[in-house]
Design a protein around this ligand. Structure first.
Ligand SMILES: Cc1cc2nc3c(=O)[nH]c(=O)nc-3n(C[C@H](O)[C@H](O)[C@H](O)COP(=O)(O)OP(=O)(O)OC[C@H]3O[C@@H](n4cnc5c(N)ncnc54)[C@H](O)[C@@H]3O)c2cc1C
Length: 393
């Protein structure tokens, strides 16, 4: 099949046959998103089926090579698939740090064995990954990290701790930055390792947030065995892998400013909640703010699309990921402010079925972390200033 329109038709037919009806509407609350993993409990049989069918086509990771379980699609086909999913308001079948962060790093730096071992389970949503980067004294200055892997011949022994591990208590495996050479300059003695979080010596402690939830943990390593064949890239040169993964993390976070398929647009939420007069949203000042937001959202969406096309054509995304991360998170914070304003008093309700357990205010509070996670806004602005604008340090 060579023609894009043939592909579109085939996708449309497949989705018609395979996307369960109940998966064709916005998620009722973020809490119902599918993250997969060993212990994930599906909210419905349809949710399980939807993941299984999409994974079977490799369409949970549409552009990854088919030999690793991906869809093998080119950029144009990927765009068509996205458009067709959005057209029927299909929910994202799987949200996964494995797909958005680890996978790209494995594809670029991983050995063939590591790709074969880890990529197919990621595509199928069987393993949930956690990110072990930040430490109490290594956040913005990440290369100061102290968690240490000592060489014990055929394996390493890991000691130390990580902090702000998103969903650390739910993670099956962790990708983690560790120090493997304590004599080397700080950027030079770091390695990128992976291990099963069920390994003896790994424990997590919840950190409770302003939103009342505890989506992340401290993660403690006490004599944890790490296999030597679970190093991505070259030993002591993990910083290169870490930085590459961060560009993908920032791109993923930037996407939070853009209504993805499966979430209701701000204007639709407004017309549904506030109501219309002759088809026009009632609340005039809010209308202008929503229009401004949705224009900016569309512009970001198109700019990210253009950048992705350039990446496929061989241009490195590099520092542009920082620009997108900064702008996308500002946009998501605006989005959450608007959703609160649209909800009015009702948006302040914290508990109970009618409020979907306070989904709106909890998401609004959660969005405050957007300017911190994946590198703070100040750090992104530093990168833009130095590497895009060429300003002096
Ligand atoms: C919601 C959320 C999820 C997260 N998930 C994970 C995860 O799964 N795994 C993980 O490893 N980490 C995670 N993090 C941690 C995150 O990466 C760090 O919080 C972040 O990198 C900032 O580090 P820090 O908290 O140590 O702040 P610090 O680095 O101490 O920064 C404090 C303040 O100083 C400013 N600052 C620091 N250095 C500079 C500078 N050079 N120039 C200008 N300003 C500067 C910062 O902008 C910030 O305002 C998460 C964080 C959040 C909020």
């Amino acid at each position: 099949m060579n023609q894009p329109e043939d592909f579109r038709q085939a996708v449309r037919e497949w989705l018609e046959d395979n996307c369960p009806e109940s998966m064709r509407s916005p998620l009722p609350s973020e809490a119902e998103a599918c993250w997969g993993g060993r212990n994930f409990e599906f909210y419905s049989e349809d949710q399980r089926l939807w993941l299984e069918r999409m994974a079977e086509r490799g369409w949970t990771a549409p552009t990854w090579p088919t030999e690793y379980g991906g869809g093998g699609l080119n950029r144009e086909e990927e765009k068509i698939l996205k458009e067709e999913l959005a057209r029927i308001h299909a929910r994202q079948p799987l949200i996964s740090f494995g797909i958005s962060m680890l996978g790209p790093a494995l594809l670029k730096f991983g050995s063939e064995e590591l790709k074969q071992q880890h990529l197919p389970p990621i595509v199928r949503g069987e393993i949930r990954w956690a990110q072990g980067y930040s430490e109490p004294n290594a956040g913005s200055d990440l290369a100061s990290l102290q968690a240490r892997c000592e060489d014990r011949g055929d394996h390493f022994i890991l000691n130390g701790s990580k902090v702000w591990t998103s969903y650390g208590d739910l993670g099956d495996w962790m990708f983690c930055l560790v120090r493997t050479d304590i004599e080397a300059p700080k950027h030079k003695g770091i390695s990128f390792v992976m291990f099963d979080m069920a390994t003896p010596g790994v424990s997590t402690r919840p950190i409770r947030l302003i939103s009342g939830k505890s989506p992340f943990t401290e993660t403690i390593f006490d004599d944890v065995r790490v296999e030597k064949d679970q190093v991505i890239g070259t030993l002591n040169q993990g910083w290169t892998v870490a930085k590459y993964l961060l560009t993908h993390e920032r791109e993923m976070i930037a996407g939070s400013g853009v209504s993805s398929a499966g979430t209701m647009s701000v204007s639709k939420t407004a017309t549904k909640t506030i109501g219309t007069d002759n088809g026009v949203l009632r609340n005039t000042p809010l209308r202008a703010d929503i229009a401004r937001y949705e224009i900016d959202e569309r512009c970001l969406e198109l700019t990210i699309e253009r950048a992705r096309d350039e990446v496929k054509a061989g241009v490195s995304l590099g520092a542009a990921a920082s620009m997108f991360k900064y702008y996308g998170t500002e946009l998501n914070m605006r989005r959450q402010e608007l959703l609160m304003a649209i909800g009015g008093n009702d948006a302040l309700v914290w508990e109970g079925d009618a409020s979907k357990d306070g989904d709106t205010p909890r998401q609004w509070l959660r969005s405050k972390g957007n300017s911190i996670e994946g590198g703070t806004s100040e750090i992104q602005l530093n990168i833009v200033a130095k590497h895009i604008l060429g300003l002096p340090g």
